[in-house]
Write a protein that binds this ligand. Structure first.
Ligand code: G3P
Ligand code: CA
Length: 253
């Protein structure tokens, strides 16, 4: 089970608190989205702009890390739930998240999604691999052993990762199934399929096709008990959820 943006139903998404809670809840893996700041730092932010999830405004790519560090990435969610909270939630760098994973005291996997990879023409992947290298995570002995996987809706982004580090597993995210992939094939080099829950609900047989073609299947974003049951019944390999504890309970773990 993969905690989507951390335990993001309970804590503000992509904050240290959300990932600490996910680890405490027993998540097998953590999902995060990464973007490059104007000064080339990888930060965990979903949207192109910071407006929805912080008290600031502007595009991540136009702000420096110091600008982002001055913002509160928790107040948007906590205004009603914790009005007395004093400490702001800082922007989370991917480096800090990797430190958290390294210090977790148990194996916790990381599923990193490259966002907006075309704008930066390879820089996101390049910086990502350099950072993973510092943590000894960029070149696992085999894909099956890897603690990290790279996800993207962009086949080009995954191709760049695969070309630079062939044993690092990649996940091709799909919002819909393009006609050329209907037979269960994925772009070259990709090991894992990441179909949306909508695809799985409307075309459950597609999961079988993907698995028949030798791929793992990781489904996002699965929050309701009936959908957890659907995925478990289909034998999907990973459920990506905003509610890690509830999903583990449903799976009897
Ligand atoms: O885990 C995949 C999922 O996160 C993709 O969609 O928009 O939540 O990044 P999004
Ligand atoms: Ca994501």
């Amino acid at each position: 089970m993969v905690a989507h943006r951390g335990a993001s139903e309970e804590a503000p998404e992509h904050t240290l608190a959300a990932y600490e809670k996910a680890i405490e809840d027993g998540a097998d893996a953590l999902e995060c989205d990464v973007r490059l700041t104007a000064d080339g730092q990888l930060v965990c932010v979903h949207d192109r702009r910071v407006d929805r999830t912080s008290n600031g405004r502007g595009a991540v790519s136009a702000l420096e890390l110091a600008d982002l560090a001055a913002l509160d990435f928790g107040s948007w969610k906590n205004a009603e739930e914790a009005p007395d909270r004093e400490a702001p939630h800082s922007v989370l760098t991917l480096e800090r998240l990797l430190e958290l994973v390294a210090d977790a005291g148990r194996r916790v996997e990381l599923a990193v999604e490259t966002k907006h990879p075309t704008r930066w023409a390879g820089q996101v992947e390049e910086r990502l691999l350099l950072l993973l290298k510092r943590f000894g995570l960029d070149a696992p002995e085999s894909a099956g052993e890897s603690q990290v996987r790279i996800m993207s809706f962009s086949a080009r982004s995954l191709h760049r990762v695969h070309a630079a580090s062939p044993t690092l597993p990649t996940v091709y995210l799909m919002q819909f199934v393009s006609p050329r992939l209907r037979d269960g094939r994925l772009p070259a080099g990709v090991r894992i399929a990441g179909p949306s829950l909508r695809i799985v609900r409307s075309h459950p047989a597609y999961v079988e096709r993907l698995k028949g073609a030798g791929h793992q299947v990781h489904v996002w974003t699965v929050n309701e008990p009936r959908d957890v049951d659907l995925c478990a019944g289909l034998g999907v390999d990973a459920i990506i959820t905003n509610r890690p504890r509830a999903v583990l309970d449903r799976l009897g773990r």
